[in-house]
Write a protein that binds this ligand. Structure first.
Ligand code: AMP
Length: 283
């Protein structure tokens, strides 16, 4: 695996990949890699000749009171995992490389960036779209791989790519879960054993929603009321949002006969976790 710290270097390596006529798959991450990240790498591997991964804990997507400084950083272990997956190119820049003093250009997907996590985390999606736009400019991948786990992020990035005519295909990969259903996340390591048990309420609630809908419930407000009650009854868990929305516009839907994204965010102790479920049309 070739490792690059500067955008100039990896830009040249990626140019060489394209010059050789090889397709390039790209998986952007913030590191602290788990099986969820590695599933993206494996899907990229199966679809592209060369795989590039980035590891960058992006300060721009963290609010001032959020966990940027204590976000887990496990670089050596991450490298071992990526080597084992046969990743060819790794880009792990420092903050000054990505945001040199004086940089003042950002990318903002207006209208989507204020919804769901964007509402609870003002500025978050500006940080995400800016860093991903920069990474796309640096790597120029044919395909970029993102997790369904971050469903609002997927909607924001798809819109960015479409609005800015970016020549990259966004591939969305399924949520990888622990055996008991908890969606894998780098932040799960913040949870105490007791919080870890309480955190299961997110998956339990989404499973309950799936059952309700499969038994014929179509009224989104009734589904939301039931789900909110399940979460309210779980000790140590504080709901941030529970929403049923159009997966592209992130606008609320009233009827789940159409394709719908059921998304939840909740605080378990001091840790904010998210999860979601995609309901196909007429599910
Ligand atoms: P992060 O390092 O949290 O920025 O995540 C990097 C990429 O991995 C994003 O596209 C995430 O959506 C994806 N990802 C994180 N957790 C999971 C998971 N449990 N299953 C699938 N993809 C995931």
């Amino acid at each position: 695996m070739q490792f690059f710290e500067t955008s100039r270097q990896i830009q040249a390596a990626c140019r060489e990949v394209r010059r050789e006529g090889r397709t390039l798959g790209f998986v952007p991450t913030m590191g602290a890699l788990h099986e969820g990240h590695l599933s993206l790498v494996r899907i990229a591997r199966s679809q592209c000749d060369t795989v590039a991964v980035s590891i960058f804990v992006n300060p721009l997507q963290f609010g001032p009171a959020e966990d940027f400084s204590r976000y887990p950083r496990t670089f050596d272990e991450d490298c071992r995992k990526l080597v084992a997956e046969g990743v060819e190119l790794l880009f792990a820049p420092g903050t000054e490389e990505m945001y040199p003093t004086g940089a003042c250009t950002t990318v903002y997907v207006e209208g989507l960036s204020e919804k769901l996590d964007g509402k609870s985390r003002p500025g978050h999606f500006r940080g995400v779209s800016t860093v991903v736009a920069k990474l796309f400019e640096i790597v120029h991948p044919d395909r970029a791989f993102f997790g369904q786990k971050d469903a609002a992020q997927v909607a924001v990035l798809r819109k960015m790519v479409s609005d800015l005519n970016m020549d990259v295909e966004i591939v969305v990969c399924p949520i990888v879960r622990e055996a008991d259903g908890l969606a894998m996340s780098s932040r799960n390591r913040y949870l105490s054993p007791e919080e870890r048990r309480h955190a299961l309420v997110l998956y339990r609630t989404l499973s309950c929603v799936r059952d309700l809908v499969s038994r014929g419930e179509r009224d989104a407000s009734k589904v939301i009321a039931t789900a909110a009650e399940v979460i309210a009854n779980e000790p140590g868990v504080r709901l941030d949002y529970f929403a049923i929305v159009n997966p592209d516009t992130l606008d609320p839907v009233s009827d789940v006969s159409q394709a719908a994204l059921v998304a939840v965010a909740a605080w378990v102790g001091n840790t904010r976790l998210i999860d979601n479920l995609l309901l196909p049309a007429n599910s």
